[in-house]
Design a protein around this ligand. Structure first.
Ligand SMILES: [Zn+2]
Length: 283
């Protein structure tokens, strides 16, 4: 499932093909993904210019010159592919249409952007740009972890009196937008905080210490995604899926990577989801 760094990588990969370009033709091949598409979506998109491609949490937001914003969520299995050459210097053939290509944009610059989603948990919607933040999916989100509204004092205050495990608090999208299971496990491992600790019972200095770690973990992953973009064209044009090496996630039974720690990575279940931790150095 794509998390914030993957979505940011998709945004960076799409932006040269989309920003400033006009959608010459939008093709919508089915009535819905997770939810029905907005009415006349293909007609409303065709002929519009993409002014900016933004990201909020795990949502891509394309601001169009008709006053609407296209919201895209990749869901569990959604993929964006770019084919053709946006700069017109080379001619790459577009791949043959695949079974789950649900939405296709042909841009006037020659690029083709394809949204493929076998499981159809993804979503697209059209919102008024001026009131986009009030959309039901966006209005509930807390601050961006890499933005200025997320800082030490904010998190200390947000955790006060919370009786939920710190893992659940960090996954709460109303507290921080865009953190998912994988990166929360990594953050708690790097911080040496046990995922079982109650958020409200962790000292203020340890809570404050989570903030730079959250930023580092996400920035490192976005960097890894950025290097994958450099050669995505030589591969299959799929954006946002790149090789990761995690310190704790998915390493059940393996030795702890922290210098001097002889612990073994354990997997527990919290709120129905896997948590990976070193019981020896995470307290
Ligand atoms: Zn350890």
């Amino acid at each position: 499932m794509p998390e914030l760094p993957e979505v940011e990588t998709v945004r960076r990969g799409l932006s040269p093909a989309m920003e400033g370009a006009v959608i010459a033709q939008a093709q919508v091949n089915r009535p819905n993904l997770r939810w029905p598409f907005p009415e006349n979506m293909a007609a409303r998109l065709t002929g519009t210019r993409v002014l900016a491609l933004r990201r909020r949490s795990k949502y891509l937001l394309a601001d169009l010159d008709n006053g609407e914003t296209l919201l895209v969520h990749l869901g569990m299995s959604g993929r964006m592919t770019v084919s053709g050459d946006p700069l017109g210097q080379f001619v790459h053939d577009h791949p043959a249409a695949q079974k789950h290509d649900h939405v296709v944009f042909d841009m006037t610059n020659g690029a083709r952007i394809t949204f493929n989603d076998p499981r159809r948990f993804g979503a697209m919607d059209l919102l008024d740009t001026a009131t986009a933040n009030q959309h039901k999916l966006l209005s509930v989100l807390g601050p961006e972890p890499l933005g200025n509204d997320f800082h030490e004092d904010y998190l200390v205050e947000a955790f006060k009196g919370r009786n939920t495990p710190v893992k659940s608090a960090l996954l709460d999208q109303g507290i921080i937008a865009g953190l998912g299971n994988i990166y929360v496990c990594e953050v708690l491992f790097r911080s040496q905080v046990s995922p079982r600790q109650k958020a409200g019972q962790i000292s203020a200095s340890r809570v404050a210490g989570l903030v730079p770690v959250i930023r580092d973990v996400l920035t490192d992953a976005i960097k890894a995604g950025g290097s994958s973009l450099k050669d995505f064209r030589q591969a299959d044009g799929n954006l946002g899926y790149f090789q990761h090496s995690f310190d704790v996630y998915g390493r059940e039974g393996a030795p702890c990577k922290r210098d001097g720690c002889s612990g073994i990575i354990d997997r527990i279940t919290q709120s129905g989801r896997s948590t990976f931790l070193c019981g020896k150095c995470q307290r």
